[in-house]
Design a protein around this ligand. Structure first.
Ligand code: EAX
Length: 325
């Protein structure tokens, strides 16, 4: 007869070890609204891997994608009460919680990609992230989210006046509402997860987003016109609840920041690949993609900058961004 006792002993020992390891590692729960094919999700997976490595298994990251834990606004609220540890939201939604973030919602704020990253990765970006902390949201980094452009169901937008009277879905964001109004459109706030159905049922005539989100959400199946007017550059912001952050020691905070910085680099690399691929994919699927003269769009939406410049806080950030070379 085979003696299975030693084998049983080994099994017990292994299961005890894994329980023990699990007990000693803290699980960070991260919720967000995008699909797993998105560079944002992949950047987060990379963050988890890096954090686990750097912290030698003391931290693990559990990711909940696709609005499983709620809309971007709801995830931020969960962070504020400490019921969720981390999230990623668009700056458009974050502006409801931290007013200085509204500066990102102003159309044509940045000259080009280099200008954007000089701002985000420099003192202004740091200051804007630090500004969220008093709202129980510790900003950890900016993921690339490109720029946003209009897509429509029934007819193409060729110039800004074509938006007149069109119902355009926007995020839960006042600057986005004002931006669509500046073009004469009718802004309709709908959460990202509900948008496909809203487009399909004709609740709205169109929406606006960057190429990867347009593609991966499959909105291109319904919207056959995409005009790359690139009206806003709204970064995706990764945040941690201060209810968790403030309980961590210096070393643990450093690990998290280090892993996040690495994931920002990785996400931005994945982003540029997916931006190109997404544009090609929607074109191949029969979407008419156009590249308009952006000047008329910039001129028409200038009223948004004028309106927000009346607020001294936003004005100070507009000036700082404009003065960044
Ligand atoms: O944050 O809701 C949106 O349009 C956002 O771009 C998207 O969910 C990524």
């Amino acid at each position: 007869m085979v003696n299975i006792k030693p084998l049983l002993g080994l099994v017990c020992l292994l299961s005890l070890m894994s329980c023990d390891q699990l007990k000693s590692s803290k699980v960070i729960r991260l919720g967000h609204g995008l699909s797993t094919g998105h560079s944002v999700h992949q950047g987060m997976v990379y963050f988890g891997e890096q954090l686990e490595k750097i912290s030698e298994g003391k931290f693990k990251v559990q990711i909940y994608p696709s609005q499983q834990l709620g809309t971007e606004r709801q995830c931020l609220e969960l962070l504020q009460i400490g019921s969720l540890d981390m999230t990623k939201v668009s700056a458009g939604v974050l502006e409801n919680f931290s007013p200085s973030i509204k500066v990102f919602g102003i159309p044509y704020m940045f000259k080009d990609k280099e200008h954007t990253f000089r701002v985000l990765d420099g003192p202004i970006g740091d200051e804007l992230l630090a500004g969220t902390e008093k709202y129980w949201l510790k900003g950890l980094g900016y993921y690339d989210s490109g720029s946003r452009s209009f897509y429509t169901i029934d007819r193409p937008v060729e110039q800004p006046n074509d938006l007149e009277g069109l119902k355009i879905r926007v995020m839960e964001s006042q600057t986005a509402i004002d931006m669509v109004k500046s073009f004469g459109g009718s802004p309709t706030p709908i959460s990202w997860g509900e948008l496909y159905t809203a487009l399909q049922q004709g609740v709205v005539d169109g929406a606006e987003n960057n190429p990867p989100s347009f593609y991966l959400s499959r909105h291109y199946e319904v919207c056959k016109y995409y005009i790359l007017d690139e009206h806003t550059v709204l970064p995706d912001v990764v945040l941690m609840s201060t209810h968790l952050w403030n309980t961590l020691n210096d070393q643990e905070q450093k690990w998290i920041q280090e892993a996040m910085d690495l994931s920002v680099i990785e996400q931005r690399r994945l982003w540029s690949v997916s931006e190109q691929e997404s544009l090609e994919a929607v074109k191949a699927a029969g979407v008419q993609v156009s590249y308009p003269d952006k000047i008329p769009f910039a001129e028409m939406s200038k009223t948004v900058a004028d309106q927000y410049a009346k607020d001294p806080l936003i004005k100070s950030f507009i000036d700082k961004i404009k003065n960044t070379q």
